[in-house]
Design a protein around this ligand. Structure first.
Ligand code: UD1
Length: 431
């Protein structure tokens, strides 16, 4: 089995009896959005790549299964530092891609850059993922074509070849796409010559990927900036890399502590990775204090207050924190606005929050939230990974019982959320 630690939790419903303060230590896992590209990077080398602090979530299990099908050996271990995986990609067979698994996860598009770089060919169906917008992959395709790949898109399949290898190119992204930056980075490391990616995304998970690639022998400059310069043709060796802490899990649980008027030590959480969200949280009454172990989160003395925020590429307010923050603001004093600028359909949680009594009106890309004292429990459905987290938060803060279904979405993105919350005093169970 590709991920022997993954056990589909029994029970298709999550029951939360809310209004209990969360108190205790909540360990923040490795970042989902960092570990996926890091796992794919192992395809670039025949040598061993070990990743530590791997989050045990469904997306990781699905990607592990995809990599195993492609010929990788996956060796898992658990230590005090968490789950670790060593990936041996000495025999990669690009034709053995599993189309069903690809369609379950948007990040599988990263296989394109890595397989082209390693094997000179890749064929995969259009990747899946959350239903939160158009989420084209045109930037990925254009960038890889600029690097010399021939790409054919017919009947929902992407067929890419680079028989004579990829070559460096000057690429300008129309928009700082996280996935396109990562895909092109993976391809550029093995391409002949120099690649520049301008208007690159600056999310911390990209620098984490680049750091691991550099440890493997890649030459990359401009980490954390809008211009990445990659000297290609690197002979890549193995590496041991510890995955960055998950800033989205961290921000989400910080909101949960404040919403339930509890106090959580978010172990390994890092305020410096939140970008603009740190000051938005402060203004909304989410108090964060750094300690040696992580960050203590609680409600500020003045209580929760409405704020106006707009999602934007990093360091702007993360779109992945938009839904959880909306659950917080639904119970904050005053009116808030949230403008979603990254994905065009990322308000599907609004209808669910309304079922719990939230007063939210959506006009175009902006949601206006009039805070009420407390939401009430209801039966709700998770529609994407971050919407799922928002509904858990809403349930934790609400009066009465909330029942969630569509839990695959929650499992995709969060490592043991139910158990971690229960350990901090939540009345939560899977049934
Ligand atoms: C990644 C994250 C996701 C996060 C998002 C934005 C992972 C595994 N997922 O997704 O959690 O919400 O960044 O921070 O890291 N776009 C195009 N054409 C392209 C590529 C993107 O039009 O070729 C558009 C998308 O439709 C979207 C915007 O650009 O509107 C940003 O998307 P992108 O940054 O690529 O998001 P993902 O990498 O898919």
């Amino acid at each position: 089995m590709a991920a022997p630690w993954w056990r589909p939790t029994t029970g298709s419903k999550l029951i939360i009896r809310g209004s209990r303060p969360l108190v205790g230590t909540y360990p923040i896992s490795g970042a989902k959005n960092a570990v996926l590209p890091l796992m794919v990077s192992a395809l670039l080398t025949p040598h061993l790549v070990t990743l530590r602090n791997v989050p045990a979530n469904l997306d990781v299990a699905v990607l592990a299964a995809l990599l195993q099908r492609l010929g990788c050996d996956m060796h898992w271990s658990t230590a005090e530092s968490g789950l670790a995986v060593t990936i041996a990609a000495d025999r990669v067979q690009p034709q053995r891609i599993d189309p069903e698994l690809v369609t379950r996860m948007r990040a599988s598009v990263l296989l394109l850059g890595a397989l082209l770089a390693r094997c000179g060919e890749a064929a995969l169906p259009m990747p899946g993922g959350d239903a939160i917008g158009l989420r084209g992959i045109d930037f990925h395709i254009a960038g890889l074509r600029a690097m010399g790949a021939s790409i054919d898109l017919t009947a929902g399949t992407i067929r890419a070849t680079a028989r004579d290898g990829l070559r460096g190119a000057a690429i300008l992204l129309p928009q700082p796409s996280v996935g396109a930056t990562e895909n092109l980075l993976l391809a550029a490391v093995a391409a002949a010559g120099t690649t520049t990616i301008r208007n690159a995304a600056r999310e911390p998970e990209i620098a984490d990927l680049a750091t691991c690639l550099i440890a493997m022998g890649a030459r990359i400059a401009g980490l954390g900036t809008h211009v990445l310069t990659i000297e290609g043709d690197a002979q890549l060796g193995g590496a041991v890399h510890t995955v960055l802490p998950d800033r989205i899990e961290f921000g989400t649980l910080a909101c949960a502590a404040a919403l339930t008027d509890g106090e959580l030590l978010l172990a390994r959480g890092r305020v410096d990775l939140l970008g603009v969200a740190a000051s938005s949280f402060d203004a909304a009454g989410v108090h964060l204090r750094k300690t040696a172990e992580g960050v203590v989160a609680r409600r500020a003395e003045g209580g929760l207050t409405g704020v106006d925020l707009t999602t934007a590429p990093y360091p702007g307010f993360a779109t992945d924190l938009q839904a959880p923050t909306m659950a917080l603001l639904a119970a904050a004093a005053g009116t808030s606005t949230i403008t979603e600028n990254i994905f065009e359909q990322r308000f599907r949680h609004v209808d669910e929050l309304r079922k719990m009594g939230a007063d939210i009106a959506v006009r175009g890309r902006t949601a206006r939230i009039r805070g009420i004292e407390r939401l009430h429990g209801a039966a709700v459905t998770c529609t994407d990974v971050r919407a799922a987290a928002a509904l858990v938060l809403a349930g934790l803060g609400a009066k009465g019982e909330t029942t969630l279904d569509g839990l695959d979405h929650l499992d995709r993105g969060y490592d043991a959320m139910t158990g971690k919350l229960a350990a901090c005093g939540a009345d939560i169970e899977r049934r």
